[in-house]
Design a protein around this ligand. Structure first.
Ligand code: 8YV
Length: 318
């Protein structure tokens, strides 16, 4: 142990961490590499900081003596075993709300790009094949004045709904239960899962990944969707059966997909999904704006400080 690390809280983190996070942490912690969570430590480890989506299990918590807090950079905590954390009395913090707007913007970006074949057009416009304009090529699907079905009308889903209303879309949603807290003058309609799938022109996924939602969208659900429908996923790749989606897109069961997330992530570089023209895909950029990332950094580091000091976290999941 060097002189500069004596007495500092020791925190296992998966990195390399963004500069903004390192700046906020300053020299207040000793950062330990992620594999300490596997090899274990004889001296106390005070915290875990998750930057990407590395798995945090009860076994990892057990080999880090004195663990006081797990702070996650992001809202989704499906990679952290919450039951194990709760059982051990270790608070888990996340960064909700600050990323609602950016993630909803990304949902609309993917929806519009997939509907209007933007990436296909971009590839064509750059290629040697684009030698003359033809009003008959690359006709897409209308986005305005259509029906969007949001699965998971939580904090992010609500922001997607507001944007869709601005596009004159009719907004359907499905949650475990209808929301009672929505403003009365906002026209969003709760429907059952099957109705949402069959009536929507756009099915947008913005729900957490859990044992109940894993592979929620599979072969049968894709078959229920319109052949002109577009699936947008800004949630987690695991909510969708990747093989079933690949087949549905290839066979024209649905029109297109706009994906910010995949399962696995990233997909193997030779995966057939990546070869399809009717997929618009981003490398998990939902909340990736400079402004949102800064706020996520601030909240996650505040959560870390609070947990290390034994205080209530700013945002605590369990
Ligand atoms: C983050 C996310 O980029 O917040 C989430 O759940 O998926 C993303 O916005 C991610 O958590 C950072 O690794």
């Amino acid at each position: 142990m060097s002189e500069t690390t004596v007495g500092k809280p020791r925190v296992v983190a998966d990195g390399p961490l963004a500069d903004a996070i390192l700046q906020l942490m300053g020299d207040r912690v000793e950062l330990l590499p992620w594999d300490v969570g596997t090899t274990g430590s004889e001296t106390p480890v005070d915290g875990i900081y998750t930057y990407g989506h590395e798995q945090v299990t009860g076994a990892m918590m057990d080999v880090l003596p004195g663990l006081k807090v797990i702070s996650n950079y992001g809202v989704g905590v499906d990679h952290i075993n919450l039951a194990d954390a709760q059982e051990r009395g270790i608070p888990v913090g996340n960064t909700p709300d600050v990323l609602n707007g950016a993630t909803a913007d990304m949902a609309m970006t993917l929806l519009l790009a997939a509907a209007r074949r933007l990436m296909e057009g971009d590839r064509f416009a750059r290629s040697p094949e684009f030698t003359h304009y033809d009003p008959g090529y690359m006709l897409g699907q209308e986005a305005h004045s259509t029906v969007v079905g949001i699965i998971g009308l939580g904090r992010i889903g609500w922001q997607i709904a507001r944007r869709a209303l601005g596009f004159d879309m009719r907004v359907l949603y499905h949650n475990r239960n209808p929301r009672e807290d929505l403003p009365a003058d906002v026209d969003v309609t709760y429907v059952d899962f099957d109705t949402l799938l069959t009536e929507s022109d756009y099915v947008v996924l913005s729900l957490p990944l859990s044992a109940e939602t894993e592979q929620l969208i599979g072969e049968q659900q894709l078959r229920q969707m319109k052949s002109t429908a577009i699936l947008v996923n800004v949630a987690r790749g695991g909510v969708v059966d990747t093989d079933a989606l690949t087949a549905a897109l290839r066979e024209g069961e649905i029109y297109a997909a706009g994906l910010d997330v995949t399962d696995p992530e990233p997909l193997p570089r030779d995966h057939p999904l990546l070869k399809l023209e009717n997929v618009t895909i981003a490398p998990h950029l939902g909340s990736a704006t400079e402004q949102t990332r800064q706020r996520m950094a601030e909240i996650s580091v505040e959560n870390l400080w609070a947990g290390l000091a034994g205080k209530e976290l700013l945002h605590r999941v369990v």
